[in-house]
Design a binder for this molecule. Sequence first.
Ligand SMILES: [Cu+2]
Length: 110
Amino acid sequence: MKALMKKLVAAALVVAFAFFAWRSLPSPELAQAPGAPQATVRGSGVVQDVDLQGGMVTIRHGPLPALNMMAMTMSYAVKDRSQIGDLKVDQRVEFQVLQNGGEYVITDIR
Ligand SMILES: [Cu+2]
């Protein structure tokens, strides 16, 4: 009887973890739903790479629940390239990102 209980508890834990992991994934269906409202979200992170030519900045950021993002390293397009000209790798930054469907654009970074 005790062994069965242990198995049940273990199974319940696996299911709970799988559900949590699934919930933590970004959901493109939701983000790209037609007519989805634009959202502007503030975040902070550490610069990993700056592509001035391409107008992109790669940031290792913490969780952004409002964007359905866990902590990750990702590249963002920036609205105003002049804002990334002075950024250095390993610099801590605060940024504002606009979500428009599945697109993310940094509208402010400092
Ligand atoms: Cu991200």
